[in-house]
Design a binder for this molecule. Structure first.
Ligand SMILES: Cc1cc2nc3c(=O)[nH]c(=O)nc-3n(C[C@H](O)[C@H](O)[C@H](O)COP(=O)(O)OP(=O)(O)OC[C@H]3O[C@@H](n4cnc5c(N)ncnc54)[C@H](O)[C@@H]3O)c2cc1C
Length: 454
């Protein structure tokens, strides 16, 4: 029987970075992935000769090489990826667009401060005090849940500004309806507004290939099309995994990046209440449009977080899709970044159950409607030409390709910061540890290896 020091379940960004870090120690490492390629939530595919990304809008936590203690720089250093290998394209600016008010922000935080001073002159001192509170808070020491809304309202007295600050943060990491943990808010505020957005040349495919080749060069092994059905255990220790095809592989430790409820199922911890409580609730739809080279777009914003009323309702909609708010991404609006073709991505909140119950024909019809409705819903004029290719994903697409319960991108509403389980040598990493996004997922994989295995 094969035996490894460490088995990692999942070749998403957290699994790959955990694998790369562990393989560097020289100990045997195996990643098992159910899908035929790596990336999980953030991967790629080809259609009609076009290389398409499953999700990437922007990578957060922008930092230059000189910013040595920034999360991105520390991450790259630990993964032994040189900063210059990344050809980095920062966004020119992005914006939060509510009906009568817009706030621009870029990777220069001063722009955001000046926009708030312009749009909310009476709130600027309050906002600066909020920023001081965020700077002073240690989000990485596990603490009790504190409502971000409650803290925000102790600093900011204009409800519209509170809604506008929450909108991008919830869209890019909200695993809970209409509020989030203050610790999570501070991490996201730093990642989005203070550090900011970028894309890299080669997109997600380049990053995944770089992680995979680094991992292979350190002797790490990976098995694709290998779905874990069960974690083998004895008393308070895990012993290995059983794949769906019956193959058993033993190990000294396991890191699961498949999510808390899935991991509980692998462990046959049949506590249905806990499985339901840790299953994500919030799901999304996204449509991708590809345009000819000569298409003109009506905004220079790389990403627009929009909401068509002054109250932002970040909740699972009763209908299939909530078109009242969303995220618009133009990858071509990153500085000096020229994707092969014009691209537009539009994202909205969606209801998993309503999509799940559709029969095949209705599902197809609703997917076609989705793309059309999305183009009508966005608060900017549509592109000058018609898209020559379009595709959409729904919560059931996410569920099918990544195993995420309820198609929920941001996973469990109960995060497991330390990544510990009831078994001494079995750990949770990735989305359900509470580190979100591409950089967050990679930091999570690294942290679990550093803190629990080395
Ligand atoms: C549409 C979309 C757009 C996004 N845009 C951005 C963005 O612009 N910027 C950003 O920073 N973040 C973005 N994200 C979020 C980001 O992609 C995720 O936070 C991150 O990729 C999560 O990585 P992970 O490794 O924790 O989880 P996952 O990517 O879910 O990886 C888990 C892996 O485990 C595998 N797995 C599950 N069950 C099993 C099993 N039984 N056996 C074997 N393998 C299994 C899955 O197939 C998957 O590969 C986006 C996500 C989506 C879906």
């Amino acid at each position: 029987m094969e035996h490894y020091k460490l088995i990692i379940i999942g070749a998403g960004l957290s699994g790959l970075s955990a694998g790369l870090r562990h393989a560097r120690t020289g100990e045997s490492t195996l990643i098992v992935e159910q899908h035929s390629i790596a990336g999980g939530l953030n991967s790629y595919y080809t259609r009609k000769g076009l290389l398409l990304e499953t999700g990437l809008h922007a990578i957060t936590n922008y930092a230059t090489k000189a910013q040595r203690s920034a999360p991105l720089t520390r991450l790259l250093r630990q993964l032994k990826i040189k900063h210059h290998e990344f050809e980095i394209y920062p966004h020119k600016f992005s914006e939060i667009a509510f009906p009568d008010t817009k706030l621009k922000f870029s990777n220069d935080f001063e722009l955001f401060i000046s926009e708030i001073a312009k749009q909310f002159p009476k709130q600027i001192d309050n906002f600066k005090n909020l920023v001081t509170a965020i700077n002073d808070f240690d989000a990485f020491t596990p603490s009790k849940y504190i409502s971000a809304r409650t803290i925000l309202s102790t600093y900011i007295t204009d409800p519209l500004l509170i809604e506008m600050l929450l909108c991008p943060i919830q869209f890019y990491g909200g695993y809970q309806e209409n509020d989030l943990d203050w610790a999570q808010f501070t991490i996201m505020f730093e990642a989005l507004f203070k550090e900011g957005f970028f894309r890299c040349s080669g997109g997600i495919k380049w990053l995944l290939e770089r992680l995979l080749s680094g991992y292979a060069n350190q002797g790490g092994e990976i098995k694709f099309k290998s779905k874990v059905a069960k974690i083998l255990k004895n008393k308070n220790k895990v012993l290995g995994i059983r794949l769906e095809n019956g193959t058993e592989i033993t190990c000294d430790a396991i890191i699961s990046t498949a999510g808390t409820p899935n991991t509980l199922e692998f462990l046959e911890e049949n506590n249905q209440d806990e499985i339901i409580a840790t299953s994500g609730r919030l799901a999304y739809v996204e449509s991708l449009f590809i345009y000819d080279y000569n298409t003109k777009f009506s905004t220079e914003a790389a990403i627009t977080f929009f909401n068509n009323s002054n109250h932002f309702n970040y909740a699972s909609p009763k209908t299939l899709v909530d078109y009242n708010s969303g995220v618009i991404c133009f990858p071509g609006n990153f500085k000096n970044y020229t994707p092969e073709r014009g691209q537009l991505r539009i994202t909205h909140l969606a209801n998993y159950t309503n999509w799940k119950v559709l029969d095949k024909q209705s599902y197809k019809t609703q997917k076609d409607t989705l793309a059309k409705q999305s183009l009508k819903a966005i608060p900017i004029p549509p592109p000058s030409h018609k898209a020559f290719f379009q595709d959409s994903f729904t919560p059931t697409t996410v569920e099918r390709y990544t195993g995420k319960k309820n198609g929920s991108i941001y996973g469990s509403p109960i995060k497991n910061r330390l990544g510990l389980t009831n078994y001494d040598n079995c750990f949770i990493a990735g989305t359900d540890q509470g580190y979100l996004g591409i950089v967050g997922a990679m930091l999570s994989g690294l942290t679990i290896v550093n803190q629990q295995l080395l």
